[in-house]
Design a protein around this ligand. Structure first.
Ligand SMILES: [Cu+2]
Length: 149
């Protein structure tokens, strides 16, 4: 009898995943990855997709235990200069996908734990204005590695 509840939970999770392929029913993240800084002391950048749930949500932060400080950023072109500005929050509309990707929104992680190497997996904590927190695993790549497709 011990095994039955476990199996039931797994089956329910699988059903939820299948259902979300058509139309997302919950707020969730996926396709998360982190590119380490080119040299020691440079920040890492994190990217992911956030799928809006049935109601709008307001993202107020993405953090990880392995970085001292984290900021949400928007990359922008100012004349010939690529710059970025911090974002206090990001609105996640209902049933839409908001992408954090190179050249757009991203998360900067400052003072990363030097033990984090390419091939590591770290956990991101997405925090929303209503108190919702979502944990999202992210694969780590080196500064010169190609972005995962
Ligand atoms: Cu940045």
């Amino acid at each position: 009898m011990r095994m039955v509840p476990t199996f039931t939970v797994a089956a329910a999770a699988a059903a939820l995943t299948l259902a979300s392929c058509g139309q997302p029913k919950v707020l969730y993240g996926d396709h998360a990855w982190v590119r380490l800084g080119a040299v020691k002391g440079r920040p890492a950048a994190a990217y992911l997709n956030i799928h809006g749930g049935p109601t709008p949500a307001t993202l107020i932060g993405i953090t990880t235990d392995v970085a001292i400080r984290a900021e949400l950023h928007q990359s922008m072109q100012q004349g010939t200069m690529a710059t970025m500005k911090p974002l206090a929050k990001v609105e996640i509309p209902a049933n839409q996908i908001v992408k954090f990707e190179p050249g757009g929104m991203h998360v900067m992680f400052f003072d990363m734990n030097p033990g984090i190497k390419p091939g590591s997996t770290i956990t991101l904590t997405l925090t929303f204005a209503d108190g919702t927190r979502i944990l999202q695993d992210a694969g780590v790549i080196g500064a010169g590695d190609p972005a995962p497709e």
